[in-house]
Design a protein around this ligand. Sequence first.
Ligand code: PLP
Length: 382
Amino acid sequence: MRKIQMVDLQSQYQTIKEQVNNSLTEVLESAAFINGPQVQNFQKELESYLGVKHVIPCANGTDALQIAMMGLELKPGDEVITTDFTFAATVEVIGLLQLTPVLVDVDADTFNINIEAIKKAITPKTKAIVPVHLFGQCANMEAIMEIAKEHNLYVIEDNAQGIGADYTFSNGEKKKSGTIGHVAATSFFPSKNLGCYGDGGAIFTNDDDLAHFIRGIVNHGMYERYHHDVVGVNSRLDSMQAAVLRAKLPLLDLYNKKRRQAAIKYTAGLKDNPNVITPILADKSELTEDNNQHVFHQYTLRITNGKRDELVKHLNENDIPCGVYYPIPLHLQKAYVDSRYKEEDFKVTNTLVKEVISLPMHTELDDEQIDFITTKINSFLN
Ligand SMILES: *Cc1c(COP(=O)(O)O)cnc(C)c1O
C-alpha cells in the first residue's frame, strides 16, 4: 500500500506534470511575472467555469475576504454575522477592518451557519452575513439570501473550501458556490480543491460597479496610473500561480468527483458504526459521484462516544494522518472573546469541537488506502 497522506500533492503533480511544466515555462520565457497573460486568461477561464461576471484574482483567500469587505465599504462598528465554526481567517478580517464580528452557532448535521441563529443575531447595526461553505458544502444560501433581502444586508460567501460545488434552489435553479451572494472570496492555497503552488486567491461578483471598485482596491486604490482614489492594498495573484491554476482548472470537476468517490467509499465503510456520524448532505439527497453539491474539501466524521482524541492517537500510531478542524470554537479564542456571547448560544459548536475528525481527503486516494482506514476506525470504535 502507498503511504497515506492527508493531502497528496506529490502524486497529483506526477499526473499533470506536463501541463503544469509547460504552463510554467511559458511564464519563464515571457518573463511576464506580474499581471501577465496567464493571469488574465485564468481570470476569464474561471469566470466562464463559474458562470460569474467578474473574477478578481488576488494574493490569497484572507486578502480576498478583506478586499470584498473593503469593496462593500463596511465601516468600523458595522456588525458582520458569521459562523463560530470556521477557519479563523473569516473572522480575522472582520476584526482587522474594525467591524464587529457577531459569531453564531451552526447546524450539527452540515456544520454550516444556522439560520435561526442568524435571525436572532440581527440588530440595527448589522450590515453583512458571511456564510462559509464549510468542508465543501454550501450553507443554506436560499434562506440566507431571503434574510439578507428582508434586512437589506450584504452576503459575502467564504468559498475557500467550496469551489466547484453546485447549489440548487427550491425552484430547481442551480448556481455554483460563490456566485450566489453579492460577493465571494476564495483561496487557492495548495491543499484547497483548486490549489496553486504557493498562495493565491480571488474575489467573485456579478456586480459591475463593485468589480470595478475592487479592481482598484487590489491595486493600491488606483483606477488611473498614479492616481490613488481610495486607500487600497497590494494583493496580486502572480503569473506563476496563475499558470499552475490554468493547468488545473480543466481538471477541477474531475478532482471533485474523485473526492466524492472517496467520500462514498468512506461512508460505505463507516455508516454502520454506531459511534460514528458520517457527513450528511444538506438537502438529504443521495451522495453519488455526479451529485456535485458537496465537493468534500474535508471528509469529516463526528465521533459520538467521547473517544475522538483516542481515535486520533490510534490512527496516528497506524500511520494514518488525520486532522481536527476545528478544535476550538472561535467565540472562545482569545482574540475574539466578546462579553455579549452566552455559552448556551453555542451548544452545537461546543459539541462539534469535541467530536469532529477529518480523514485523509485528496484526489489520489485509492480503495486499498480507504479500506485500511475504515477497518482501523471500525476495529477501534466497535
Ligand atoms: C483557507 C481558508 C481561508 C484563507 O485562505 P488563505 O488563502 O489561506 O488566506 C479562509 N477561509 C476559509 C474557510 C479557509 O478554509
